[in-house]
Ligand binder design. Structure first.
Ligand code: PGA
Length: 242
């Protein structure tokens, strides 16, 4: 399978931020590598313009969250069908910031993933333990329970992102052995065709080592995806077909 390097811009980015994506494409001399997928998930306000500007250049565009329903009286929410209509191909669901800030449960994350699939999007379903859970030796138990609760029962294409909560935005990362252990465990619970991304403080300096781990099929990158230089460094460090 191709590796997938996904940028999660979170609540960052205005129309002018398109210049970062242009700069990224420019660093590849206009031709993105074909042996890996490059995805940017900007805020919902930029999905349509980014998709129309950059899809033809080979940058895949995704959303960061979706509602479980296709339409209806849900002020402020965005449906998977709307993201698809705007040109998105992926949507992140169950990110730890949504689980924490919006109290999202595994059951809700599963319903969102199902809505994404119904709209023709590939969901990136996020799981990961807190610092306390890791220190208590419960990382695999937590990730296993989240997967059992959040994954739709289907053969449709899905992507999993293992993102230890304590590694997000902190500059901390698990040891390579710990990443390998969780990814092997996730592989055992999913099919061989499911891409399993690692996320949490991926930078140009650690991407090569992390992305070389077996069953790590790409990365979900927050802060370092906002700057063309850093995201380019991570994409360049990724193996192609994995
Ligand atoms: P980070 O965020 O790369 O800034 O740690 C990753 C994420 O939250 O997806």
């Amino acid at each position: 399978m191709k590796s997938l390097i996904a940028g999660n811009w979170k609540m960052n980015g205005l129309t002018g931020s398109a210049s970062e994506v242009e700069a990224l494409i420019g660093k590849f001399s206009g031709a993105l590598p074909e042996d890996r997928d490059i995805l940017i998930c900007p805020p919902a306000t930029l999905v349509a313009t980014f998709a129309s500007s950059f899809s033809d250049e080979g940058v895949i565009i995704g959303g960061q969250d979706c509602h479980t329903n296709e339409s209806g009286a849900h002020t402020g929410d965005v449906s998977a069908a709307m993201l698809a209509d705007a040109g998105a191909a992926y949507v992140i669901v169950g990110h730890s910031e949504r689980r924490a800030d919006h109290g999202e449960s595994d059951a809700l994350v599963k319903a969102k993933a199902e809505a994404a699939l119904a709209a023709g999007l590939t969901p990136i379903i996020c799981v990961g333990e807190t610092k306390e859970q890791r220190e208590a030796g419960k990382a695999l138990d937590v990730v296993g329970a989240q997967l059992r609760g959040s994954l739709p029962q289907t053969e449709d294409e899905m992507t999993i992102a293992y993102e230890p909560v304590w590694a997000i935005g902190t500059g901390l990362t698990p040891t390579i052995a710990d990443i390998a252990e969780v990814h092997d465990f996730v592989r055992g619970m999913t099919g061989k065709d499911v891409r399993i991304l690692y996320g949490g403080s991926v930078k140009p300096g650690n991407a090569g080592e992390i992305l070389a781990v077996e069953n790590v099929n790409g990365a979900l990158v927050g802060g370092a995806s906002l700057k063309a230089e850093d995201f380019y460094g991570i994409i360049s460090a990724a193996p192609g077909n994995v």
